[in-house]
Design a protein around this ligand. Structure first.
Ligand code: SF4
Length: 218
């Protein structure tokens, strides 16, 4: 269990740097999330690794809620991330119920860099942001052309503007997390399943460690 706690602390460190890096880019391009928008949370197929849910799962365990949430997830058939708190009937408005512990993808998604199937780096911006600020989206697309096309520019001022307009890559963020523990971090699954998976691991570990303690005491 100590190993999982240490891992969780490393995950939270990576989360902090990912949040800073991605929100700095999004703010610099005025491509921030639309207020109260829950478009990316209002579906159950957001994919994360069990490692990404480890900090929240340990929080549940420490606060005595792990078994209850584990049972609820087993029968959960909702059409959204279970942590999503709706503010409107259709679910388009809401907020994250575990903001402090939200997984890596939730910190990176919105406006970020990704590689196409042909390996070309490009900018991904979610539909609500594109619709809210189309001119900012167009400007960010234009701005990435020099960023990825002229990487050997010798003018320091130009280099500064290039680095600030280059979006951080989601794949690199995922890699930073996965390399902490490939067994838990490399496999992606729907977000509710990932929480269920890591809760099961924690509860099983605790069950066996308690049995060993009881055996030693007897
Ligand atoms: S964890 Fe929070 S931010 Fe991520 S999908 Fe669920 S509700 Fe949305």
């Amino acid at each position: 269990m100590n190993r999982l706690r240490e891992l969780s602390s490393q995950v939270m460190d990576v989360y902090q740097s990912l949040s800073q890096e991605f929100s700095a880019y999004q703010s610099s391009q005025s491509l921030n999330c639309v207020e109260k928008c829950g478009a990316c949370c209002n579906k159950p197929d957001i994919e994360v690794s069990p490692l990404e849910m480890l900090p929240y799962a340990l929080h549940l365990f420490d606060s005595g809620q792990a078994e209850q949430v584990f049972d609820e997830l087993q029968s959960y058939s909702g059409f959204a991330c279970k942590q999503y708190q709706r503010l409107s009937l259709d679910g388009t408005e809401g907020y994250c119920g575990i903001y402090e512990y939200r997984p890596g993808i939730c910190r990176m998604f919105g406006a970020a860099g990704y590689k196409t199937k042909s390996g070309e780096a490009t900018l991904s911006v979610c539909k609500p942001i594109k619709q809210a600020v189309p001119e900012k989206y167009a400007a960010a697309l234009i701005a990435i052309q020099p960023a990825w096309g002229q990487s050997h520019d010798s003018d320091p001022m130009s280099t500064m503007s290039i680095s600030s307009s280059k979006p951080p890559m989601i794949a690199e963020g995922r890699q930073k997390l996965a390399q902490l523990d490939y067994e838990l971090g490399d496999k992606l699954m729907p977000i509710n399943d990932a929480l269920h998976y890591i809760l099961e691991k924690i509860l099983t570990l605790m069950f066996y460690s308690q049995n060993i303690d009881d055996g030693v005491a007897a």
